[in-house]
Design a protein around this ligand. Structure first.
Ligand SMILES: [Zn+2]
Length: 197
């Protein structure tokens, strides 16, 4: 039996151990990490930066590797997430009718401002829409919180699902993505969604 605790020493969740899936996509490999309850993180593989970003729209979205083949747990949120990512990249108009995966924010304080910023963004700013840092701060009830929104976006663990690429500078300039290391990725995502910049 796995000992019950808030988190395990290897970063697993009190809902159970996590599993990480490697998913191919037009913007490079995406890693989806989930516990049995919900998705913990969606992130691009670390090596991808603007220097070597080579989008490939012919690449299908599919899981090509998983950390644990069978550790006795099932990871339905990860399966739902991979289907959601496939729809995002291959048939984005259908996204509004596609089930979103459950998420697990057990590693975070759900009452924090950053969690509020993530949830507000995910709920309010849909495909192809954009919002400025200051307007998102207002939507979170903190009109002077543009900087705090910027920090929250920088620490967003759930790319695309929490669409921090849709948070742009006032005046339509996309601005930074992944602390400025993936600005081309942000632009690609916004154009993919048909956002007007
Ligand atoms: Zn969890």
């Amino acid at each position: 039996m796995t000992p019950r605790g808030r988190t395990h020493k290897n970063g697993d969740c009190f809902h159970g151990p996590t599993n990480t899936y490697t998913v191919t996509s037009p913007i490079g490999d995406i890693l989806v990490t989930s516990c049995p309850r919900g998705v913990h993180s969606i992130e691009q593989q670390k090596g991808i930066t603007d220097d070597d970003f080579l989008p490939n729209v012919s690449l299908q979205v599919e899981s090509v590797h998983q950390q644990w083949d069978d550790n006795g747990y099932t990871y339905k949120p990860a399966v739902t997430c991979i289907k959601w990512l496939k729809t995002y990249f291959e048939n984005s108009p259908a996204l509004k009718d596609t089930k979103k995966p459950g998420v697990c924010l057990a590693r975070y304080n759900e009452d924090s401002f950053q969690a509020k910023a993530w949830k507000t963004l995910a709920a309010e700013i849909g495909l192809g829409a954009t919002v400025s840092y200051s307007d998102l701060a207002k939507m979170c009830g903190c009109p002077r919180g543009a900087r705090a929104v910027g920090l929250a976006m920088r620490s967003n663990p759930l790319m695309l699902l929490v669409p921090c690429h849709r948070v742009i500078q006032s005046g339509g300039v996309p601005g930074n993505y992944c602390a400025g290391r993936r600005n081309k990725v942000k632009l690609w995502l916004l154009l993919h969604e048909g956002a007007s910049l």
